[in-house]
Design a protein around this ligand. Structure first.
Ligand code: NDP
Length: 448
């Protein structure tokens, strides 16, 4: 360690990227401290991916219990208690918070549960007033929900508050039609709430393949989710126990909760970046180079605060690459190609590589193969929803450019198939693989 500094590394933000970087740097022999103003674990663990997925599991029982009758089960007196699901999820969040804290502790990472502000290229000040110096500083403060500016926006909740609702709202309005909106629309709809998705455009899940988006829209409308496109919220007023929601050009209607899911911005408020001469980028992000280094040579940044790809596994890879590059002799950079992603809507969708539209623009000569099928378990349960798998292939080389799926378990299936796409396999390689029958995944090797 450099004797002139208190620590080799000071990490601001104990989320996915920050914890990985702190833990690995410490295991490489660095003296490390980390500051977190809320709870160790960050967005994914405390108020994101993990509790959301548990709510998806919890809400999915509605469908399973309904379908169970077709398989001979009689389920008497089906009732649901939101407080039980909510509290069990929050208990699991506590468990993970403790596990992440223990990991840091076991690696000798000193923890400060307070806000840290940068005061210079090698120094931070804690909220308690303590000044700390470090040879290297890593910013991993994540992102924060954006609240559009309209009268009454303070009456709305975001994904930060949604896990703590005292009661399940009978009528929910969700503004936005991205990841968070579509995932919570699915959860609330399955739990029996009346859901209205309100979006400023007529595009849901921008960036995903159009055929899959259309299929999700069609299925979710059939399940009872209502959509109001091209009409952002104009204002919200309290109306007794509920809210009056006024959309542009439409009559007001009532709702019991309004969830705003209109994107997340890099969380740089009050970080003191000026003191190190770091200027923000156009989207409010901290610009970094390939090595995660900011314009100040001793300060690095990883994860959502850099606004490269706002996904947990990417932040983790960036944190790992930072630690290996700066504190060991194994420098590495993150490969951002072929990152698989999924939306845990109901049904879920997942994709890797180029969409049909992107591939046409980039390659021109492409082939599109698809399988539009009704999963066996849906047929038996008289559920008319169909899955759709799509493979986009470079017509010149037969190499797979993109793979996109909507249907039960799509994310689980896609993760394995993404290895093949990343490895540069061809349609012929998929066709040469014998189908695993009967399964939904077999459609991957049977596409025409
Ligand atoms: P998204 O970027 O996914 O979606 C934002 C939505 O809000 C879009 O429908 C967009 O419309 C609309 N919108 C954007 N700005 C405004 C505005 N000013 N006024 C009104 N509407 C607006 O954001 P989310 O909040 O859903 O999620 C944030 C990020 O978190 C995601 O990008 C994702 O990376 C991550 N995440 C990942 C998950 C996963 O991996 N399963 C789950 C949840 C979150 P339009 O498209 O028309 O611009």
């Amino acid at each position: 360690m450099t004797k002139s500094h208190d620590y080799d590394l000071f990490v601001i933000g104990a989320g996915s990227g920050g914890v990985r970087a702190a833990r690995v740097s410490a295991s490489h022999g660095a003296k490390v401290a980390i500051a977190e103003e809320f709870r160790i674990g960050g967005t994914c663990v405390i108020r994101g991916c993990v509790p959301k997925k548990l709510l998806v599991y919890g809400s999915h029982f509605a469908e399973e219990l309904q379908d169970a009758a077709h398989y001979g089960w009689t389920v008497e007196k089906m009732t649901f208690d939101w407080s039980v699901l909510r509290d069990t999820v929050l208990k699991d969040v506590d468990r993970l918070n403790e596990a992440y804290t223990a990991t840091l502790q076991n690696h000798g990472v000193e923890r400060f549960l307070e806000k840290a502000t940068i005061t210079g290229p090698h120094s931070v000040r804690l909220a308690s007033g303590r000044e700390i110096t470090a040879k290297t500083i890593l910013i991993a403060t994540g992102a924060w929900p954006v609240l559009p500016d309209f009268p009454g926006s303070d009456l709305c909740i975001t994904s930060n508050e949604v896990f703590h609702l005292a009661e399940l709202p009978k009528r929910v309005v969700i503004q936005g039609a991205g990841y968070i909106a579509m995932e919570f629309a699915g959860i609330f709809n399955a739990l029996g709430c009346h859901v209205t998705v309100v979006n400023r455009s007529e595009t849901l899940l921008r960036g995903y393949d159009e055929s899959l988006r259309d299929r999700l829209l069609q299925i979710t409308m059939a399940r009872g989710i209502q959509y109001r496109f091209n009409c952002p919220i104009e204002r919200i007023e309290k109306d007794g126990e509920c809210y009056s929601v006024k959309l542009a050009g439409q009559d007001p209607f009532n709702a019991d909760a309004v969830l705003i899911a209109t994107g997340r911005r890099p969380n740089t408020r009050g970080l003191g970046l000026d003191a190190a001469g770091i200027e923000l980028g156009e989207r409010g992000e901290i610009p970094v180079d390939e090595a995660n280094r900011t314009s100040c040579p001793s300060i690095y940044a990883v994860g959502d605060v850099t606004d490269r790809v706002q996904l947990t596994p990417v932040a983790i890879r960036e944190g790992q690459a930072f630690a290996d590059s700066v504190f060991s002799d194994t420098p590495r950079t993150v490969d951002y190609s072929h990152i698989p992603s999924a939306v845990f809507s109901q049904p879920p969708l997942a994709g890797v590589g180029l969409t049909e539209g992107q591939a046409r623009m980039q390659y021109g000569n492409i082939k599109v193969f698809s399988s539009d099928f009704r999963p066996m378990k849906n047929v038996f349960a008289e559920r008319h929803e169909r899955g759709l798998y799509k493979m986009i292939v470079d017509a010149g080389t037969d190499r797979i450019l993109g793979l996109h799926m909507i249907g039960p378990e799509a994310p689980e299936i896609l993760q394995a198939a993404a290895i093949a796409v990343k490895a540069g396999l061809t349609k012929a390689d998929f066709d040469a693989t014998v189908a695993l029958h009967p399964s939904m995944a077999e459609e991957l090797v049977l596409m025409r």
